[in-house]
Design a protein around this ligand. Structure first.
Ligand code: COA
Ligand code: ZN
Length: 317
């Protein structure tokens, strides 16, 4: 059986949430349509959070009903509290992610709660989601380091993950919110998780490429047996409460690595590159990802594939 990896796309949510200029609803829908065309099957579409906290995603209620219904495609949404759950239900969601962190300092700035308070707030949300049969994920942000308190012990992050899983989750995702992690930490996190009785098929990793370590961390995760990784088409992204957290791991960089390493994932590099160029042009930014710039590589001919033939958005550079 081929070795299969799940690519969990976070571009429309994590990628766009920190963009200052309002992005039109049509652009968001067009971006997500292209991601579906590329073969992505789990696309975190938006957040039902306070519009004051994340103005860019204030159109979540209008966005979700506009997304293409496609067999096998789910659109998980971020939900911080019961208010967000009611909105997500009304908009027709069927998958969600709750989000806390390894450190109180970050959680307090991000969602105005301690880690303990956040878990208490998620309890009724996750109970309701279970009643409705929704797919449920929980994020542990700052699992590899916190912008306010520094180094994070992997056992601390895993302790939060365990408490999240006890509330009823399909998956827990460890986030390197500020992109400081290195492969040794990934191995330590997997060891701590399995040591605590967490199954590897319940674990996902969410890396930021802020310091160029994201793909190395993916390889460490793969070697340790993890098969679910988050990425953002175009490599956009960042959290307003994580200073310097620019740049999720780009989906095109991840797809290239997985293709060349023989993993199956169902995503077309060329179509992802089209989606990446679409969103970069819409944001008026050059495409920052490595594979976005160089294209893929055809082993039969040695030629680059999927490379832009014109300088996209160069006028605004
Ligand atoms: N959807 C819409 N509005 C919401 C909401 C939700 N899910 N939850 C709270 N609100 C509104 C309240 O109605 C209130 O509005 P008002 O000022 O007009 O009365 C306001 O937001 C504050 O509500 P409160 O319950 O006091 O929450 P808070 O100010 O402590 O904020 C969160 C808590 C969780 C709602 C807020 O911090 C948040 O949405 N954070 C999200 C951060 C995020 O998405 N970060 C990126 C992901 S890593
Ligand atoms: Zn992120």
């Amino acid at each position: 059986m081929p070795d299969r990896v799940r690519i969990y796309e976070v571009g429309p949510r994590d990628g766009l949430q920190n963009e200052a200029q309002p992005i039109p609803l049509e652009t968001k829908v067009g971006f997500i349509e292209r991601l579906v065309d590329a073969g992505l099957r789990e696309i975190e579409a938006t957040s039902f959070v306070s519009p004051k906290a994340i103005p860019q995603l204030a159109d979540a209620d209008a966005l979700l009903p506009r997304l293409p219904r496609h067999p096998g495609v789910t659109y998980p949404v971020l939900v911080p509290n019961e208010r967000g759950m009611a909105r997500a239900e009304a908009a027709g969601a069927n998958a969600l992610a709750v989000f806390t962190a390894a450190t109180d300092a970050f959680t307090e700035r991000n969602i105005g709660m301690t880690v303990d308070q956040s878990l208490a707030a998620f309890e009724p949300v996750l109970r309701r989601a279970a009643e409705l049969g929704w797919w449920r994920r929980g994020y542990v942000s700052t699992a590899f380091g916190c912008p306010y308190t520094g180094a994070v012990d992997p056992h601390r992050a895993v302790g939060v993950a365990t408490r999240l899983l006890e509330l009823g989750l399909d998956e827990v995702c460890f986030g390197d919110t500020i992109g400081v992690g290195v492969p040794g930490q990934v191995r330590a996190m997997v060891d701590a998780a399995t040591g605590a009785g967490i199954e590897l098929n319940q674990v996902a990793f969410h890396f930021h490429d802020t310091r160029g370590t994201a793909l190395a961390n993916v390889v460490a995760g793969l070697e340790a047996g993890v098969r679910t990784f988050d990425s953002s088409t175009g490599g956009t992204g960042g959290c307003p409460y994580a200073p310097g957290a620019a740049g999720n791991l780009a989906t095109e960089d991840l797809v290239y690595l997985l293709d060349a390493s023989g993993f199956e994932h169902g995503v077309s590099l060329e179509t992802v590159l089209e989606a990446a160029r679409f969103i970069a042009a819409a944001l008026g930014k050059p495409l920052g990802s490595k594979v976005g710039q160089a294209g893929g590589w055809d082993a039969a001919t040695g030629a680059a594939i999927g490379r832009a033939t014109f300088p996209v958005a160069s006028a605004k550079r």
